[in-house]
Design a protein around this ligand. Structure first.
Ligand SMILES: Nc1ncnc2c1ncn2[C@@H]1O[C@H](COP(=O)(O)OP(=O)(O)OP(=O)(O)O)[C@@H](O)[C@H]1O
Length: 241
């Protein structure tokens, strides 16, 4: 018997231009519920543009995308977030002068009881944040700030998180923390699109992989089939590590 699941995310011929420059061309793929996709590619390949288009920050000039069968093309970032697609942009996305607790409380629009329950859930996934709840977010370590950013994203019960270069600039130990946090998000039922310039860890984490080159999909397939040769071919020595 073949079991077919309908995709969580269906992207069709998505095309984005910045003025005359075409940053994303004809990008088509499906993402299954609770799965993880690594989006790889050299600088300027269109990885962040894909994230920005899917989160409503840049309007596509052609193509479409749907979450759970609901067409979200051209919708506002707020509508897309409320539909369950959350984008964690490069950089931290936390309010540095507010405490950890204030940052978490602000991330949900629930009433007081719902909010307290959501904060408790976040502390269960990220116990370190409970210990640091009264600390200003700006004084957390880089990895802890990424954890807070992810915890804030999970407060709205997303179906899909797009993590854009979450490990950028972090010390190796903090990169471990970020990957562990994303693993916990997956364990909680969330699908992940991981944008990474450095490939091997992303491929360990992901089920599927998509390589972008000059805005087009150059390769896509199972993450464990994206071997060193393929990575060297598309990403070069520096980023295949
Ligand atoms: N706001 C913008 N205006 C004009 N061109 C842009 C803009 N943002 C990105 N681009 C161009 O679009 C192309 C894709 O950029 P994008 O940031 O998506 O690449 P990327 O794969 O995320 O690169 P990196 O790994 O360096 O972050 C690049 O050529 C970039 O210069």
């Amino acid at each position: 018997m073949t079991v077919t699941t309908s995709p969580l995310l269906a992207v069709r011929a998505l095309t984005v231009r910045y003025g005359a420059a075409q940053a994303l061309r004809d990008v088509t793929f499906d993402l299954a519920p609770n799965s993880a996709l690594a989006v790889l590619g050299p600088n300027g390949a269109g990885k962040s543009t894909l994230a920005r288009a899917l989160s409503g920050l840049v309007p596509p000039v052609a193509g479409s995308f749907a979450l759970d069968g609901r067409d979200l093309t051209g919708q506002s970032p707020d509508t897309i977030r409320r539909a369950g697609l959350v984008h964690l942009p490069e950089g931290r996305g936390v309010f540095p002068t507010l405490t950890v607790m204030e940052n978490l409380r602000m991330a949900t629009a629930c009433d007081r009881r719902g909010r307290a329950a959501a904060v408790d859930r976040a502390f269960e996934i990220f116990p370190v944040l409970r210990e640091r709840q009264r600390q200003a977010a700006g004084t957390l370590s880089g990895g802890e700030q990424q954890m807070l950013s992810l915890a804030r994203a999970l407060m709205v019960d997303p179906r899909l998180v797009i993590a854009d270069e979450l490990s950028l600039g972090l010390a190796p130990r903090m990169v471990d923390v970020v990957f562990e946090s994303l693993r916990r998000a997956r364990a909680a039922g969330v699908a992940v699109i991981m944008i990474e310039q450095f490939a091997s860890r992303a491929l360990d984490f992901a089920d599927r992989c998509l390589v972008l080159q000059r805005g087009r999909i150059a390769w896509s397939g199972d993450a464990d089939r994206a071997g060193p040769e393929l990575l060297r071919r598309y990403l070069g020595e520096a980023t295949a590590a």
